[in-house]
Design a protein around this ligand. Sequence first.
Ligand code: FMN
Length: 401
Amino acid sequence: MRILLGITGGIAAYKAADLARLLTNRGHAVRCVLTEAGARFITPLTLASLTGESCFGANPDHHEWRPSPSVEHIELARWADVVAVAPATANMLGQAANGLAGDLLSTLLLATRAPILWAPAMNTAMWKHPAVQANLGRLEAFGHRIVEPAEGMLACGEAGAGKLADIERIADAIRAVGGERLPSLMGKQVLVTAGPTCEDLDPVRLLTNRSTGEMGIEIARALRDAGADVHLVLGGGMASPYGMETVRVRTAAAMMAACADLWPRMDGCIAAAAVADQRPLQEAMEKVKKGDGPETLELVRTQDILLNLGMQKRVGQNGQWLLGFAAESEHHLENASAKLAKKKLDAVFLNDISTGKAFGHQDNTLTPVVAEGPQAPLGPLPKDQLAMALVAWWAERVGSI
Ligand SMILES: Cc1cc2nc3c(=O)[nH]c(=O)nc-3n(C[C@H](O)[C@H](O)[C@H](O)COP(=O)(O)O)c2cc1C
């Protein structure tokens, strides 16, 4: 992706160096544009060194200029797949909201047809000021996207909202805003389940599993980047990705309830959560004391979420699609095919856990199994790329039926 990174005159400008580096390391082409105030906080040399690209700006004495500066803003505006302003000052938000073109950055913000993302950072009182909020509202109405600032201790010594969002989150938002849309998934309502579930034995002990939730989260991101409207039902402690409604759950029963609530409104679902099959018959309200002899834990089955979604699945016109995973350590294909039929799935992704790679490890392979049989395996790839390959595979298949 070609990312134009605008950096304005806030104290958080020093973090833009890390952001530029992160984006460059992820294989993106990054060109930075500094405002005059921005260049007082961070040097063009730092940014040019980190990105390997020229740094552009308002002051020709400080910045490298192309041969025809008169059209530089148009050239840069056309070059970009996405324009991100991080950190964004109250001043720059105000300029852009009102169509002002006082310097290179504000001018190219008017001239570009690429999607625009703002990552504001400022003092809490400034952030909450009705003028700033009205400007943000105007920018959103133009179709611009915002990465909300975080709460925390600010450089001015106050605590509250206004701290530049985490740079990983800004990078995630850039992906979401500038991602390549896949027509068969664009605007589709998609439910994604991810992460482990936890079943409490008593206030200090629980039954859970080794799923991190990473694969499901990466699938949710890939669907979002493709243009789907993602609704994530998430177990475990991982952060919720940018740009999707997230329902956090703990138990299998809570995950079931959240899915049942969403499912009728969805076009499809990818169920990647590792849901507990059993829960303790009783949850003790006080910590259970150890006994002398052998101890028995009585378990009961939890509801099968995927089976329930399959039973409720709309078919025919306006039909829904449902994709699941089968983590198998033996009889892989028979088990995956049986799951496909029993749970009325459109595809099941076979995950061979006999290699010990499924949980928490980086590279993984998934074999899609459909009614006609197993398809060409996806991977081995790191989970983020595997999720993109999975979503691209499904987008092509769903687009052709
Ligand atoms: C030390 C210092 C820190 C500043 N930090 C911020 C900030 O975090 N956010 C903000 O909106 N403005 C901040 N300002 C004010 C801006 O620098 C000022 O509005 C400037 O005109 C912004 O120009 P620009 O939007 O063209 O970069 C700060 C000013 C100074 C002197």
